[in-house]
Design a protein around this ligand. Structure first.
Ligand SMILES: [Fe+2]
Length: 353
């Protein structure tokens, strides 16, 4: 965590090194960071990247976290999104011009999970992980390397408790509206040897237009995967798609600075798996969604055990920078109250390795 004055030119290498080693870096006191400068910071990490990590509005509007419900593009810097809760005060900053009348809605588990917390549980300040994910379109373009998330104003109020409701009794105390992070490297280390070998040698095929594909599906109580209830959109009802744009990514990605291996799966958007246990065997194609999700859940669940989750408590002006190819993250919380954040990530020209 960095505090005080910083200079993107003088301090960049320190920040970049810290990011690759620690995965999440928070710089305090950045409330006035302008969208253009936030974009410039993202580009420092990935100079060849130009466009937003979710490529286009139409895809985002069909079910990703950044649906039109909660993600709004800044007109003058379309790579930066406004997230939050409540009406956007467009008189506050010149870059909100054109967004008059916008009302932001931050997602909660009720929008995605099959079973919701009861009124009594909500009254006890219980909440869930909304959706564990990597920021990525997962169709046609490479996942962003870095996401920057600026918490301009943040929810205030009593702490809440994430409940896992997965039979383990797992729970995690968090501050209201915390962003949860899990390390993909820790997740890989947490696996028993047989599953670790599968992770190291297998790949995931993501669905065509994955967020549209799952737009009617509902999630498991941990927010790790969708339930297999046959609610995915039939392929013929998806927007036109092209086989060549499907993304097949290894389950394990390598950190280019530390060499550390990290389990990186977007559990909600998986479609098929190419499974093998070692370098020599031919991959088995698993194309039954329920089998795919069962295995992905087994691979991912240890990574979010309560001691392995860092839930960031936001203070106004915090700029969180995270290595999107080495962490998973999730919204948490209920009843946010007013909130305003700026988020930027860029589709990378650099493929996953
Ligand atoms: Fe995200």
């Amino acid at each position: 965590m960095l505090t005080g004055r910083w200079d993107v030119d003088a301090d960049f290498e320190v920040i970049q090194d810290a990011l690759y080693r620690h995965l999440v870096v928070v710089i305090k006191g950045q409330k006035d960071l302008e969208p253009e400068n936030q974009l410039a910071l993202n580009r420092r990490f990935d100079p060849g990247a130009t466009s937003y990590g979710h490529s286009n509005n139409s895809q985002r509007r069909q079910g990703s976290i950044l649906s039109n419900r909660d993600g709004i593009t800044i007109p003058s810097v379309p790579q930066v999104q406004v997230l939050g809760e409540g009406p956007l005060d467009t008189s506050a900053r010149s870059w909100y011009k054109g967004l008059e009348g916008v009302v932001m809605r931050h997602p909660t588990h009720q929008l995605f999970h099959r079973h919701h917390l009861s009124v009594a549980e909500l009254a006890e300040a219980k909440t869930r992980f909304y959706r564990w994910h990597i920021d990525a379109a997962l169709y046609g373009i490479n996942p962003p390397i870095v996401t920057t998330l600026l918490g301009i104003s943040n929810p205030k109020g009593e702490p809440q408790t994430v409940v896992y409701d997965d039979g383990t009794g797992g729970s995690l105390g968090i501050s209201r509206g915390a962003t949860a992070f899990a390390s993909g490297a820790e997740a890989l280390r947490a696996l028993p040897e047989d599953l670790r070998q599968i992770a190291l040698h297998s790949s995931v095929v993501y669905a065509p237009h994955p967020y549209t594909f799952i737009s009617d599906a509902k999630a498991h109580s941990t927010g790790l995967v969708c339930l297999s209830e046959g609610l995915e959109k039939p392929l013929e009802e998806l927007p036109e798609w092209d086989e060549s744009k499907l993304l097949t990514l290894p389950m394990v990605w390598t950190n280019p600075v530390t060499g550390e291996k990290s389990l990186q799966i977007h559990g909600a958007c998986v479609w098929k798996l190419l499974v093998r246990k070692n370098d020599t065997e031919e991959p088995t194609v698993v194309d039954s969604l329920s089998e795919v999700r069962d295995l992905v859940y087994k691979l991912m669940r240890p990574g979010i055990d309560p001691p392995r989750v860092y839930a960031h408590t936001w203070e106004d002006g915090d700029l969180a920078i995270f290595y999107n190819r080495g962490v998973w993250h999730s919204v948490t919380g209920q009843d946010f109250g007013p909130r305003l954040m700026h988020q930027c990530n860029l589709a990378s020209p650099i493929p996953i390795s």
